[in-house]
Design a protein around this ligand. Structure first.
Ligand code: SF4
Length: 343
């Protein structure tokens, strides 16, 4: 007899990847892996996971660390708010729970920075709670297997998918089943051109039967992308120190450092500004894509004025540059142009 749950678990036992966070019941390690893997590929996230486990072996080391140190370790992974929230939540677990993670979904949800997905992952993987973990992979598998037309990003859609996932969960082995369906979505029922010919669900899969695979899952909202025009001015003084400023406020890259930045509302305004600077060095234009923003950034060598620094600015020795957490965009520019600029 066909049982969806058994097929998932059998497939998982045969094809799962050997990943370090799968060999532990430690809620701290599971939590770390889940936060690192949000919006990040496994191969990209793996070295960060290992770095964090080695620098902060328990929630206490993470809570007591300096935010700048954590941001430095996070550098290159993007979505820095995740690192700041990680720190905040670690402090909360130490302050309110003596460093012991709550052992159930409802109590985990009470923590700042832990949403339904992460709470379900920790409670099921670490404590075997019968709670379905519903990530993008699970949405895709379920919407295809049942050929569901309802949008996964609508309020009722989310509720209904969550209900279905919780009805399907194998209550005898929730942790393994949750891992199995997520892994199945990541490796077998992939977003584009899944290899259905070798799929163990093929005979029962309604999307396969109805030829709607490419249409599932359905999403309603289109992401609006904003274009932003940046000019970074690199200012180096006679003692080879340059100005870095710390980004403040609520926008992107909060708490990270950057060369003094000017932002323009259009490409024309930006080009005009660069032209007037008559700088000795103007970089190529760097395109940097974030989830809702596309940034067009140019780096120029600016003039060093003898004015006081703003409150958020500091002078930094060139050899100390790597001590400061910077956005990936700046890091990339620095890697490519360091030699030219230092001549
Ligand atoms: S048959 Fe294809 S679409 Fe259906 S579950 Fe398998 S891989 Fe996904």
């Amino acid at each position: 007899m066909f049982l969806f749950q058994d097929v998932m678990v059998d497939w998982y036992q045969n094809f799962k990847r050997d990943l370090p966070w799968r060999n532990t019941r430690n809620p701290y390690k599971i939590w770390l892996s889940e936060i690192i893997l949000q919006q990040t590929r496994v191969d990209q996230g793996l070295p960060y996971y290992e770095k964090f486990i080695s620098h902060y072996p328990t929630v206490f080391e993470l809570a007591n660390a300096d935010e700048q140190e954590i941001l430095n370790d996070w550098q290159g992974l993007g979505y820095y708010s995740r690192a700041r929230n990680l720190h905040k939540t670690a402090k909360e677990i130490v302050a309110l729970y003596n460093g012991v993670f709550p052992d159930n979904y409802q109590d985990l949800l009470k923590l700042t920075g832990i949403g339904p997905y992460t709470a379900a992952a920790i409670s099921s993987f670490a404590f075997d709670e019968v709670k379905a973990v519903v990530d993008g992979n699970v949405y895709r598998v379920l919407s295809r297997f049942y050929d569901i037309e309802e949008a996964i990003d609508s309020t009722t859609g989310k509720k209904n998918f969550d209900k279905l996932a919780n009805e399907l969960i194998d209550s005898t082995q929730p942790a393994t089943y949750n891992q199995a369906i997520m892994e199945f979505g990541a490796l077998q029922c992939v977003p584009v051109n899944p290899n259905c010919e070798i799929c163990p669900l093929r005979m029962q899969c309604l999307s396969f039967k109805n030829k709607t695979i490419a249409l599932r899952p359905v999403k309603t909202k289109k992401t609006k992308t904003t274009l932003r025009y940046f000019v970074y001015e690199i200012k180096v003084n006679k003692s080879n120190k340059f100005i870095l400023e710390k980004r403040e406020g609520k926008g992107i890259w909060q708490g990270l450092y950057q060369f003094p930045l000017k932002e323009f509302v259009s490409q024309v305004e930006k080009d005009h500004y660069i032209e007037n600077l008559k700088s000795d060095f103007v970089s190529k234009e760097y395109k940097h894509i974030l989830s809702h923003q596309r940034i067009l950034a140019t780096f120029v060598l600016g003039k060093m004025e003898h004015s006081d620094l703003n409150a958020n600015q500091i002078e930094v020795r060139i050899e100390d540059f790597s001590d400061f957490p910077v956005p990936r965009l700046m890091d990339k520019f620095w890697e490519e142009n360091y030699a030219v600029l230092m001549n």
